[in-house]
Design a protein around this ligand. Structure first.
Ligand SMILES: [Zn+2]
Length: 552
């Protein structure tokens, strides 16, 4: 006798999982309102037929309780299959109308004290004629006749049948419940085992206890059920290989990633199975990254640790891209003979994708580093001690007079005169040696984007002197305060500013728009610079300090 049959539950209390079903059935027995048709729907191996047999015995048990006593003659007869009151029919091989007519005939013979229970397995296999015959019987059932229809494919059962039956939806059994039960069985049989090995078996059962016990059984002859033997026998991709590959991609190490694939090929592993394991792991990673507890994943402890370590290093977007890329390969793998090449190409692409984007985690890290740098700065460093006004503030002053207290649409707070932008000049010095065309946009852009120039003269003089696009701006475009500081002969590219900057703001004054545009751009860039200068290991204040030296 197989392990599963040996251990098949004989009462509801012995059934693993299915708590809802058990509660519904106990309520039914308690109320003594037994429907003449029940539909047990759910995945294979989740206990539908087993529970149907328990229901049949409970209905006929002489004890009249909510569980079969197992001692009375009815219980014994039903258990050994000699009872005439419980009839099982496998609809997979008895699906014709004649088979149902046989049922109708048997349903007529029933003793007044018992229930006649028909357990119809795989009922979705019935032909249309069989369904029609059964429907008549269900609509006008003889007294004390009960049909328990079991199916894994409820959508194939006619709606007319479903609407006349009480439905019980069986669910896959949680992997925790399965692994706990398998360990209990091993303990009771005195079998030694690795906990991880049992978890791997439970995971391979897809939530069905029958399959779990069937998978466990061949390992019963071993002295100890070990993880390595289970991994090898079930063809499971070792978690080390999976994470070696994922970490290699994350590090941009193409050679190591490909070596994992080639190693699997050498060992005769099925690459499609391996790819599925990797995609499952990426799904687990997304699961955890979106807030699920890693404890809900029934797998080995080392798998959970590796997974947590992996999600620390990657972001959701990268995983989604990698998962899509590998899923695409998985789909075509069976049709293409050179599957190894396909996987390797996908891995190279994945490494390239990861390298070409700065992950959110990396940005967070940089911001965090910046914040640490600011907070740990010595107190004697004066952040903004520039004596002169700057290009940025000239523009923003104009904005604040038109736009007082109004939060800009981009979410940045308006820059007031007291706001500190330590990385830009407060004033263009008179002696500033400018010998070419000067764009305000170019100046401000250099101020905020250049990685700390050695001196202002370098940063400003770099403006192309032969610019053929120089356009004179109106005096309204650039505040007089700035213009007065510019060396004679300087051309200002006002049009260039207004044509390249987008603004959500509306205004009647075209000139005000230009200034608003400039201010918005400068503020935005100032914010961005404040955030991203950190990776250049130069605190924002450093710029001001270098200028103080230059100015003195
Ligand atoms: Zn009994």
């Amino acid at each position: 006798m197989s392990l599963y049959n040996e251990l098949r539950p004989k009462s509801l209390s012995e059934v693993q999982g299915q708590d809802t079903i058990k509660a519904q059935l106990k309520g039914m027995f308690l109320s003594k309102k037994v429907p003449n048709a029940m539909l047990f729907n759910g995945p294979r191996g989740t206990g539908k037929t087993t529970v149907a047999r328990i229901v049949a015995r409970t209905l006929n048990c002489e004890s009249g309780g909510m569980e079969p006593c197992g001692e009375c003659q009815q219980c014994k007869d039903i258990l050994n299959g000699s009872s005439l009151d419980v009839i099982e029919l496998d609809a997979a091989s008895n699906n014709k109308v004649e088979d149902v007519r046989g049922i109708i005939e048997k349903a007529q013979y029933i003793s007044s004290s018992n229930y006649k229970v028909f357990i119809l397995d795989e009922v979705h296999m019935f032909s249309q004629g069989a369904w029609n015959a059964l429907l008549k019987l269900i609509e006008e059932p003889p007294k004390n006749v009960v049909f328990i229809m079991c199916t894994t494919e409820e959508h194939k059962v006619p709606k007319t049948i479903i609407s006349r039956a009480r439905r019980f939806n069986f669910e896959t059994i949680s992997l925790d419940v399965i692994s706990d039960y398998l360990m209990q069985v091993c303990n009771e049989h005195g079998k030694a085992y690795d906990v991880d090995a049992i978890r791997l078996i439970a995971a391979a059962s897809d939530g069905g206890m029958r399959d779990a016990l069937s998978i466990l059984e061949p390992f019963y002859d071993d002295d100890c059920i070990t993880t390595s033997v289970v991994t090898e026998t079930l063809g499971i991709t070792p978690e080390k290989a999976i994470f070696d590959l994922l970490f290699s991609i994350e590090k941009g190490d193409v050679a190591s990633a490909i070596s994992v694939v080639r190693d699997a090929v050498t060992k005769g592993k099925n690459l499609q199975v391996m790819l599925k394991s990797i995609i499952n792991t990426l799904t687990d990673a997304l699961f955890v990254m979106t807030g699920a507890s890693v404890e809900t994943l029934v797998n080995t402890d080392s798998y959970r640790e590796l997974l947590l370590s992996y999600v620390e290093k990657v972001d959701v977007d990268s995983i989604l891209k990698l998962s899509k890329s590998l899923s695409d390969v998985y789909g075509v793998l069976a049709k293409v003979p050179d599957s190894e090449f396909l996987i390797e190409t996908a891995l190279i692409r994945a490494v390239n994708d990861m390298a070409s984007q700065i992950s959110l985690k990396e940005i967070e890290r940089r911001v965090s580093d910046l914040e640490k740098g600011v907070s740990s700065m010595p107190v004697d460093v004066k952040p903004v001690d520039v004596q002169v006004d700057n290009v940025v503030n000239i523009a923003t002053k104009e904005v604040s007079s038109n736009d007082t207290n109004e939060e800009p649409a981009d979410g940045f707070a308006p820059i007031s005169e007291s706001d500190e932008l330590p990385f830009v000049l407060d004033e263009i010095p008179d002696e500033l040696p400018i010998d070419g065309d000067l764009s305000v946009a170019a100046v401000s852009e250099m101020q905020v984007n250049e990685p700390v120039p050695q001196s202002v003269s370098e940063s400003v003089v770099d403006v192309p002197s032969d610019s053929s696009t120089a356009v004179a701006a109106t005096s309204n475009t650039i505040p007089d305060e700035l213009l007065s500081h510019l060396p004679a002969g300087t051309k200002v590219l006002g049009e260039a500013i207004s044509s390249t900057v987008e603004t959500p703001c509306e205004s009647d004054s075209e000139d005000t728009n230009v200034v608003n545009d400039l201010a918005g751009e400068v503020k935005e860039e100032a914010e961005e610079t404040a955030m991203f200068k950190a990776d250049e290991e130069i605190p924002a204040f450093g710029f001001a300090n270098s200028f103080s030296g230059w100015l003195q």
